[in-house]
Design a binder for this molecule. Structure first.
Ligand code: SIN
Length: 533
């Protein structure tokens, strides 16, 4: 058994920031199910929203965030994250992160991008590969920090809690079991301070901008451990994912629309203007719904993003990731519109936490996309997520070290039993896992995506109920494998999305249902909370 003062699961901006800061107070293990560089953060194109410009204020950023969040943001959380953002950005710059700058009147200023829902230019970026820039620099800093041990290819199966072990005491997280995918062994890790930084769940849907690792692991394992989960119905669909058979999950950054790219239909009409005066720069829920409606109404499989008003040199320099990806599949953005469709992009709900990332389970923290802090409400404002990851990581470490001081003693007095495989067999039929995986992703896309109905949610719930039973049997009868564990988390996360969506009898932000097409003003906005016990 391995023992650490802090355990961090995930290597995106949240995980690496927690690990680096925690290492000043004790030993740190950082586990990731693939390689250190495989995270959602690494894929982020747009940037980090942060107040740095003279014409911008904390109040404006707060107001834009609250407006996008459609009444469900927690204003104290929004204000804290926005106000503490500049300090965390300065720390990123200190470790070497380079945000693009421009010369204005002989002085260098940040080259600020603009995205939907922002009333000002305030998005710091490194061309269109901001996430990669941050990941690379944070990873280098973490590797150079003494006291952090990395465990790549370690897939956390489940958290260990005092309640699960049958101790009669306040329930708390005291460790975890992880599958070492290199040798197939299940290892036990022990700690009193565990930070879930596992990202989101885009892979629950057939079409997504997320990498393969985004299978809802954190939400599923926290929920199984008894932590409260909230607002999972608010899945953000990014309006512009490349529509091309060879590049299915490729994001076309919203920053292009910030630079004047036009969102048009086959006839060249800017159809979003019919719905919202902000047009293609309205918040994402509005734009994605407008595209979904356009596609369903016309029967044409996609809409288009036209950025041909910008010349080739500009596109290559400012948007190299998008430019080269399009050219690779034979689309020249400098001269022709890019075909795009909406795709699942961001989980706005998650493990319910307070303003310091503390979940309802003692000792368990959730930071980044896996968490529901109250920043995003019913719809995340573009580029607010990297900011949240950096700010809450800092707060979580401060909270952990004050609430659970590291004093050099063994982390917990409770004995942890090793993993028992019993007489489990090797998995004999991988085809069953792949079939179930496909079925979940298709049914979530067809029944639980941009436009929902009560009937579709009921259908999804019934199918997921059966799938959960099958997966459960599989889990208990066979030795654990990566595929099986991902499927188990995927089906659990999908079920939580459907459960939350079914509990919300109104349309608000990202949750739109034909049965209740308006917000419920009578009862007012409220979070959807799901508890295991
Ligand atoms: C984008 O670049 O369009 C995505 C940014 C975000 O989701 O915050």
């Amino acid at each position: 058994m391995r023992q650490f003062d802090f355990i961090v699961i995930g290597t995106g901006i949240a995980g690496l920031s927690v690990a680096i800061k925690a290492a000043a107070h004790g030993s740190v293990a950082i586990l990731t199910k693939r390689l250190n560089a495989d995270s959602n953060t690494n894929w982020a194109q747009g940037g980090v929203a942060c107040v740095t410009a003279n014409d911008d204020t904390i109040d404006r950023h707060v107001a834009d965030t609250l407006d996008a969040g459609a009444g469900l943001c927690r204003e104290d959380v929004v204000r804290a994250i926005v106000a503490e953002g500049p300090e965390r950005i300065a720390e990123l710059i200190d470790i070497g992160v380079k945000f693009d700058q421009v010369e204005v009147d002989g002085r260098l200023e940040f080259d600020l991008g603009r995205e939907g829902g922002h009333s000002r230019r305030r998005v710091l970026h490194s061309a269109d590969h901001t996430g990669r820039e941050i990941s690379v620099k944070l990873l280098a800093a973490a590797v150079a920090t003494p006291g952090i041990e990395f465990f790549e290819n370690h897939y956390v199966i489940d958290l260990i809690t005092t309640a699960k072990l049958g101790f009669v005491t306040e329930d708390r997280a005291i460790g975890l079991y992880a599958l070492n995918q290199t040798n197939g062994e299940v290892e036990t890790f022990r700690s009193d301070r565990i930070a879930l930084c596992t990202g989101g769940c885009g892979r629950v849907y057939q079409y997504t901008t997320n990498p393969e690792v985004a299978t809802g692991d954190g939400v599923a394992m926290a929920w199984r451990a008894g932590a409260t989960v909230a607002n999972m119905e608010f899945i953000q669909f990014h309006p512009t994912c490349l529509y091309h058979p060879k590049k299915k999950s490729f994001l076309i950054t919203e920053a292009l629309r910030g630079e004047g790219a036009r969102l048009i239909d086959r006839e060249g009409r800017e159809f979003v203007n019919d719905i919202d005066p902000r047009g293609a720069l309205a918040p994402r829920d509005i734009v994605a719904r407008a595209i979904d409606n356009q596609i369903k109404r016309t029967g044409h499989p996609c809409v288009y993003l036209d950025v041909s008003h910008k010349d080739r040199a500009y596109l290559e320099e400012r948007f190299p990731t998008v430019y080269h990806a399009c050219m690779e599949v034979g689309i020249d953005p400098a001269s022709e519109p890019i075909p795009v469709v909406p795709a699942a992009h961001y989980q706005c709900g998650g493990v319910r936490t307070d303003i310091n990332g503390a979940s309802s389970l003692r000792g368990l923290y959730a930071v980044g996309e896996v968490a529901c802090t109250g920043l995003h409400g019913a719809n995340r404002l573009a580029s607010n997520s990297l900011l949240e990851g950096a700010v809450i990581a800092h707060r979580a470490v401060e909270h952990m070290r004050l609430k659970f001081p590291v004093n050099g003693r063994p982390p917990t007095e409770f004995p942890l039993p090793p993993w028992q495989s019993g007489d489990a067999q090797d998995v004999d039929e991988l085809v069953v896992i792949y079939h179930n995986w496909d079925e979940i992703r298709r049914l979530m896309w067809d029944y639980v995506s941009i436009v929902r109905t009560r009937k579709r949610l009921l259908r999804a719930a019934a199918r997921l109920h059966n799938l959960k039973r099958e997966v459960h049997e599989f889990y208990w009868n066979f030795k654990v494998t990566t595929e099986m564990l991902e499927l188990r988390n995927l089906v659990q996360t999908a079920a939580l999305i459907v459960e939350c969506a079914s509990l919300r009898h109104e349309s608000r932000g990202l949750h739109y249902t034909r049965d209740y097409p308006l917000p419920d003003h009578e009862h007012g906005p409220a979070d959807t909370l799901v508890r295991r016990y």
